[in-house]
Every structure is written in C-alpha cells, then in structure tokens.
Design a binder for this molecule. Sequence first.
Ligand SMILES: [Fe+2]
Ligand SMILES: [Fe+2]
Length: 281
Amino acid sequence: MKLSRASIPDDDLNKQLRAAKSQLALYAKDLKALLFREQKKSQKLEAVNKQLQAYAQDLKAAYGAEQRKTRELEKSYADTVVRLTLASRYKDEETGTHIQRLSHYSKTLAVSIGFDEDDAQLIFDAAPMHDVGKVGIPDRIMQKRGPLDETEWAIVKRHPVFGANLLAGSPSLLLETAREIALTHHERWDGSGYPQGLTGEAIPLGGRMVMLADTYDALRSRRPYKPAFSHQKTRDIILNGNDRTKPQHFDPTLLEAFRELHVEFDRIFSEIREEPSTQEE
Ligand SMILES: [Fe+2]
Ligand SMILES: [Fe+2]
C-alpha cells in the first residue's frame, strides 16, 4: 500500500518524526562511542607501535655493539694467530714475505673466479695461517740441511692437521676459513695430496687456491733441493708439469685462471720480496 502524506494525520506524522529523530540521536551516540573507542584503540596501537620501535632501536644498538665486540675479539684472536704464524716462519725456509705474497696470489685467484670483495678478503686474511701447524714440528726436522728421511717426512706431513687443530673450535668465520685452508693446502685435485688424499671439489676452494699459490711461490724461491726458478719456467711447470708438479694436481678452473693472469703472479712476486737479488734459473 502506498503511503501518502495526505493519508497520515499530522499527530501521527509528528510522532513518527520524533521517534525517528530519537532513533537517529541514539545511532549518533553509538557512532560517537564507537568512534571514541576506535580512536582510543588507534591511540593505543600508536603507543604500542612507538614502544616497539623503541625496542627495535635498542635491539639494533645492542646488536651493533655486540657485532663490534665480536669483530674486535675476532681481530685480536686473528692477530694472535698471525703472530704465531710469524713465529713459525723462524722454523722454516718460508719467510714473512712468502705469506704476504700468498695472500695476494690467493685473493687474485678468488676475484678471478668470481668471489665478491668480502669473500676474497676472507681468503686474503686466512691464507697466511696455512702453515701455522709447523710450530708443532721439531726444529731438528724443520731446520735440517739436506733431504729428510721417510720418518721425518711423515712428521712434516702432520703440519696441516696440527694447524687445523690449533685453529679449530672458533665461532669466527676467519678462523674457520683459516682452519679449512690449513688442513687442505697440501691436498691435490687428483687425490695424490695429503693428509686426507681428498679429490676434486671435496677439497675446499680456499685450500685449492692456497695450494696453487704456494706451489707458484715455492717454485720461484730457492729451496735446499732446488734453485729459484724464473716466472717463465714456473709458469711452464704449473701449466705443463715436471717430475714433481703435474697440472692434474690443480683445480682445472683455477689452472685456467692462472693461465690468464700469470703475469699478475709475477708482479706480486717481484713487488713483495726480501732479497731482490735471488738467483733464478
Ligand atoms: Fe704447508
Ligand atoms: Fe707456504
């Protein structure tokens, strides 16, 4: 039924209007209360949010301080190990400049196969500790003039394990990398190395890089059993082999990298050396 203005008496209309008005007023009141509650809620949320942000800031500051502390601790620990490495050089024909060069060769290799700056720097910092285990080898063997007998060789070959034990158990990434390198820097790609006779990719990359770098530097240096070789001769031995060194000892990817950047190895060797007049063959 259609309701027309004319069919409703005035009184009824007023009543209806009043009822609607008070209903509206109630709605408005409810709405206001709702709005108030919402406002309170969002104020509370804002306060909680602020509080959370403050916590996050505190946490960030604490984390930063903790990280700084860890870095400092790591640095001083690494410093101790580096000093130990320097001390070990007195037992060996290898010199302080050898370990410096080793860092540079290894980092060059790392960069050339795509390591980012941080990872390449890690190899640079860890490489000097590769022979730290030599502190555990008796002087009479380390300083013996003339060839070592079989028993003496067996003792020398323990230095990777000694070194790894010395560097083990640290939460520091640097020392863990150094441990890995110390343990594996005499392993060979074809499995003919020591102490574990690992093959191929079972040898950590750091160990493979330091092994190539160490071989290059040993060939360029005078040893009781051999003269110092020229860069050309050393490059030829690494790429094509001789009676002691074979190309299959090296990671093929690193060998290719060496083929590309061998000049850089020569530059590092020439720039970082103690006796400029080493006789070369
Ligand atoms: Fe070694
Ligand atoms: Fe070395």
